[in-house]
Design a protein around this ligand. Sequence first.
Ligand SMILES: *[C@@H]1O[C@H](CO)[C@@H](O)[C@H](O)[C@H]1NC(C)=O
Length: 337
Amino acid sequence: MWTCWIAAVWLLISTVDGSKLFPNLAENAALYQSLGYEVCPDSAVELALGRRDECKQLLDIIVQKSRLPKVWPPPTAPPEALAFNYTLGSRVRVFDWYIVDGKGEDTSAAVEFPVSLVEAYLERAKGRSTEIGYGVQISSVYAALDAHPLTGACAVHGTQEPWVEGILFARNAKSVLTVEYKNLKCTFPDHRCMMPPVWAQAVADGKEQLVDLAVSYSSWEHDGLGRYGDPVDPFGDLITTSAVACSIKPGGLLLLAVPVAKVDCIAWNAHRVYGPVRLPLLLANFEVLGAYWAGQSFHGDFAGFWEAMPERCEEQHVTQPLFVLRTTPHRHGCKAA
Ligand SMILES: *[C@@H]1O[C@H](CO)[C@@H](O)[C@H](O)[C@H]1NC(C)=O
């Protein structure tokens, strides 16, 4: 009788591994499996795509989507037919946070990132200024780059102002490629800018060298919600993330920041907030080396990470921990190909 109790308690303790970022993945194993993913119990990659990543296919989706007509005004709710995949079978709560940015006007007009602008961010980054980008939160970017120093070619995905670019140049990046939906004119030495479909085509054709490090700060949580006139796609964020992984050298790094909370939500159409169900999908096939948030850093041992996240998604879109992710070789599910 007592040995039975002791065994039961031990089983309970041993099945909840607090050191993992996703200790409860097995609870939703069936859901992940239905979407083509596999839970990997004893692996540095906790969730893997069940099939081999098809880079050309992923990059081509980005090219094809850009050819679809802009939908304006954006849909005010997720289309009924796509509800299951948006909510991952009612595990992700949808609430209303509807935004119409501008009038859906032509955004093809060039925006310049002149030398002086990048230089100003570079100078502030040298002094570890927290008065750029997302304010004090960006100390996460400094800390992540302290722990993982730069070695070569870098890319930034999604940019309003070139503050990440300034930080990378301050850390002696050999080159920086900015991939952004605006038509940017970039003139700082070794800084190039490209629109996503042009970039995706170039990577697919092998005309763009693979980078050592890519950074995306507060961008992909919008992908596929239609806010910018983009086609609605429940998996827009996952496709973009996997496609970008295809543009990073094997073993190279992705620094990724998105809104995170203890629960999963979609604030339609403003952004997604990633919780314990959706976040594993976004980080699938990567090895999660670390997470940085509000002066705390978690490396290999993620106990305490979720406690540091907000309880609710409402009124919050600024809790954006920074994940340091390492790309892994092509995979067949949990096994490297
Ligand atoms: C959800 O997405 C998967 C993968 O793309 C697809 O096979 C499935 O048909 C979708 N389910 C629904 C209910 O739309």
